[in-house]
Design a protein around this ligand. Structure first.
Ligand code: SF4
Ligand code: MG
Length: 326
C-alpha cells in the first residue's frame, strides 16, 4: 500500500565555511491518513531539516539534498516542478512552526493572512474568504472569532497565536499537517490545550499528523508511532505503546529517563551525559557511542544497521535485542 507521505533514505548536507555538515544521513519514515507520527530528538538531530525538505523550503545553498525521496501519494516531490511543489504546499501538506509570532506577518491582520490564501488558491471572494476565516478561528476555539479576525498577531496571546497559525494551516484542507515544536514556546497548561486541539483536528479530519518535538512527554498521549532521531539518523521506530513499555535503543532509554516526573512538573531532568555531536564531525561507528552507557568496543568502529525487532519496530543498535529485553 502506498503511504500518504513517505520520506526515503534522505541525505542532506550543509556546505559551510567550516566544512560539510552531514545533517541527514539516510532518514526514512512514513505517515498514513488518520495517523499521528511523533518525530523525537534533541535540537540538531535533523527533525526540522527533514520537515523542511518535505515542504520544499530547503532547496537553496548551503543546503544540498544529496539523495533520497519524498513521496506524497507515491509521487516524488523532490523531482517535481516548482509549480507542482507549490500546489502540494498548503493543500497537500501544510506546516506549522514553533514560533507563531515570527511565522505570522505582523503588518497584516490574522484574518487577512488566512483570507489571502483562500482568495489566491481557492478563488474565493473577499466576503466568502472572511466567512471561512471566521469559521476556521472558531474551529480552533478562538473566542469572539468575528472580532478577532480583524486583529493583528501582536494582539493575540502566545496560545491564541498558535491557534491562529493552526487555523491558517488548515485553510486549504491539507491531508498532512507537520507541526514543528508547536508548543515549545508556551506554558505547560497551554501546551496541553494545543496538543489536545491538534489531536482532535487530526482525528476529525483523518489527517496524517507529523509532530516534531524534543519532549517525549508532550507527545506521549497523542502519538500512534514514534521515530527517534539522533545525529541525522533514525535510531529507533516503534508504535508508541511498545516504545514506552520497552525502548529498543539506549538513546530512547536515556530520553525516557530524562522525562520529568509528575511531582517535578515542568522540569527536565537531563540524565544524558554530554552533547549531541557536531554534524561536521560525526563520530565513527555508532554516532551515540561517546554518550552511550551500553557502548562496547564494536560501537566506535561499526555503524549499527537497522535491526528489525518485530511488529514494525527497528533499532539502530548493535545490542538492540538486549536493550529491548531489559
Ligand atoms: Fe550504544 Fe553501541 Fe548501541 Fe550505539 S550501538 S547505541 S553505542 S550500545
Ligand atoms: Mg528544530
Amino acid at each position: 500500500m502506498t503511504a500518504l507521505l513517505e520520506v526515503e533514505d534522505l541525505h542532506v548536507e550543509f556546505r559551510t565555511r567550516d566544512g560539510v555538515a552531514r545533517v541527514l544521513n539516510g532518514v526514512g519514515y512514513h505517515v498514513d491518513a488518520g495517523e499521528t507520527l511523533a518525530v523525537l530528538g534533541e535540537s540538531g538531530s535533523g527533525k526540522s531539516v527533514t520537515a523542511q525538505t518535505v515542504m520544499g523550503i530547503l532547496d537553496t545553498p548551503p543546503a544540498y539534498v544529496m539523495r533520497g525521496a519524498v513521496r506524497f501519494h507515491g509521487e516524488d516531490l523532490l523531482s517535481a516542478t516548482a509549480e507542482r511543489r507549490r500546489e502540494v504546499r498548503g493543500e497537500g501538506i501544510a506546516m506549522i512552526f514553533q514560533d507563531a509570532l515570527s511565522a505570522l506577518n505582523p503588518v497584516f491582520t490574522v484574518g487577512f493572512q488566512i483570507e489571502e490564501q483562500l482568495r489566491l488558491r481557492r478563488g474565493m471572494s473577499r466576503s466568502e474568504a472572511r466567512k471561512r476565516a471566521v469559521e476556521l478561528l472558531d474551529l480552533v476555539r478562538i473566542p469572539h472569532a468575528r472580532q478577532r479576525v480583524r486583529e493583528y498577531p501582536h494582539q493575540f496571546s502566545g496560545g491564541m497565536r498558535q491557534r491562529a497559525m493552526i487555523a491558517m494551516s488548515l485553510a486549504l484542507d491539507p491531508e498532512v499537517l507537520i507541526a514543528d515544536e508547536p508548543t515549545t514556546a508556551l506554558d505547560v497548561t497551554v501546551q496541553a490545550q494545543i496538543m489536545d486541539l491538534l489531536a482532535e483536528i487530526q482525528r476529525e479530519r483523518h489527517m496524517g499528523l507529523v509532530l516534531i518535538t524534543h519532549d517525549l512527554g508532550v507527545v506521549a498521549e497523542v502519538a500512534d508511532r514514534i521515530v527517534v532521531m539522533y545525529a541525522g539518523r533514525i535510531v529507533e521506530q516503534a508504535d508508541a505503546v511498545s516504545l514506552f513499555r520497552s525502548p529498543g535503543h539506549p538513546y530512547t532509554e536515556a530520553l525516557m529517563k530524562s522525562l520529568p516526573r509528575l511531582d517535578a512538573k515542568g522540569t527536565t531532568l537531563d540524565t544524558i551525559k554530554g552533547l549531541p555531536p557536531s554534524l561536521l564531525r560525526i563520530p565513527p561507528g555508532c554516532p551515540f557511542h561517546p554518550r552511550c552507557p551500553r557502548a562496547e568496543a564494536v560501537c566506535s568502529v561499526d555503524v549499527p544497521p537497522q535491526e528489525r525487532l518485530g511488529f514494525g519496530r527497528t533499532s539502530a543498535c548493535h545490542f538492540a535485542e538486549e536493550v529491548l529485553n531489559g
